[in-house]
Structure formats: C-alpha cells, structure tokens
Design a protein around this ligand. Structure first.
Ligand code: IMP
Ligand code: MG
Length: 202
C-alpha cells in the first residue's frame, strides 16, 4: 500500500493538530448555541446533533468527537458520490440513513460533517433534507476543501485544510473502497489507480 503513494499532502501529525484546533472552535460555538436555547429535555431545543456523512468522514469524525466535550447525539447518514473506480464526482446518491434521522429536529443545532468539499452537491442535498426537519441551526464542517475556483458553490462553516484540486485518499477517503486506513492524506501513483481499477473489473 505504501508503494502506491505518490505524495503525502498532509501528514498525520498536522491532521491531529488541526482537528484539535477545529474542535476547540466548534466546541465554543456549539456551547454558545446550546446555552442560548431552552434546555427542556422533552423537546429538541438546545440539543446538539452531529450528522456525519459516511463512509468518508468515518476517521475524521472519530477523532473530532473525542475532542468535543459537549453533550451531543450522533446520527450517521450514508452517501456515495464516487461509485467504484471513479475519480470525479458522479453526483451524490443517498445510500441510507436519512430515514433513520428523527422526523423533526425542532430547535436542535445540527452540525453536518463530511470528509471533503468538492463540488458542494453532497452538502447542498443533505442540507435540503435537514431543513425540512426544522432544526434551529445547521452548520457544516469538512476536513478538506478542494480549491476549485470554477465551481460556484456554497461554503462550509468549518474547514480543516484547503487542498489543490487533486484526487486524494487516506484518513477515511477511498479510491474504489481502498486506502481509507492510510493515516496521512496522500495522492496516488497513476499505476496504483490503474491497478485498483483493474482489480475491480476482474
Ligand atoms: P461533492 O458533492 O462534489 O462536494 O463531493 C463530495 C464527496 O465526494 C465527498 O464526500 C467524498 O466522498 C467524495 N470525494 C470528493 N473528492 C474526493 C477525493 O479526492 N478523494 C476521495 N473522495 C472524494
Ligand atoms: Mg463522501
């Protein structure tokens, strides 16, 4: 697996430092948001609900929530934008989870979390669904944001790192289901992409 790496874009130590800083900022904002609403346990007012988008945000969320010392619920949803051996977005498809979210989120402060903001279509689609549940607020957090000046897209509220417009894997991000377990965020050698694509076809 190590031989497949072209370049380490973000080292695990830098990721760890950034996640901690991001969590500190989020915790302060969430604490303020939840304090400014009623704390009635019987409604959603003041509740903090994290909605991670799987599978890519798996590792990021695991690290982030352990740095967030606030009362929260976690409700995962599952979306695929890069099915199989694609390295460009095919448009988001909901795989599951939206129907397992509470029917209403009245008064809840929602933090939607994804691994990477590329075209922005995934977050835009999920936000549309969440809005119908009437939460008090929806904020968005991504580990990575691709620099795509040509894309007119909405922005995330919290961003770990800005990266060039290249296909990356590791720290939860995959190519054709592989490489999620790499601890650094890396680009792949062209031969590796070819091999993994071929491996899928047989
Ligand atoms: P968007 O809807 O175009 O913003 O796509 C975001 C989704 O595409 C992310 O949740 C990732 O699953 C996937 N994605 C975008 N860029 C990459 C990449 O470079 N590597 C792996 N997955 C990516
Ligand atoms: Mg994703």
């Amino acid at each position: 697996m190590q031989n497949d790496i072209d370049q380490v874009l973000i080292h695990r130590a830098d990721i760890a430092r950034r996640v901690e800083a991001l969590a500190k900022q989020i915790a302060e904002d969430l604490a303020l948001a939840s304090a400014s609403t009623s704390s009635d346990e019987h409604d959603h007012a003041g509740r903090i609900t994290l909605v991670p988008i799987l599978t890519g945000s798996l590792v990021f969320v695991a690290d982030l929530i352990r740095c967030l010392p606030v009362r929260m619920q976690v409700k995962v949803i599952s979306i695929s934008s890069y099915p199989g051996p694609s390295t460009t977005s095919q448009g988001p498809t909901i795989l599951g989870g939206l129907d397992t979210l509470p029917k209403r989120l009245d008064g809840a402060n929602v933090l939607l979390i994804d691994d990477i903001l590329d075209t922005g279509r995934t977050l835009a689609m999920v936000i549309d669904h969440l809005k119908a549940k009437k939460p008090r607020s929806i904020h968005t957090c991504v580990m990575l944001r691709k620099q795509r000046p040509e894309e007119a897209r909405f922005n995330a509220d919290y961003v770990g790192f800005d990266i060039p417009n290249r296909f990356v894997v590791g720290y939860g991000l995959d190519y054709n289901g592989y490489y999620r377990n790499l601890p650094d965020i890396v680009t792949l050698r062209a031969e590796a992409i070819h091999q993994r694509r071929h491996a899928e076809a047989v």
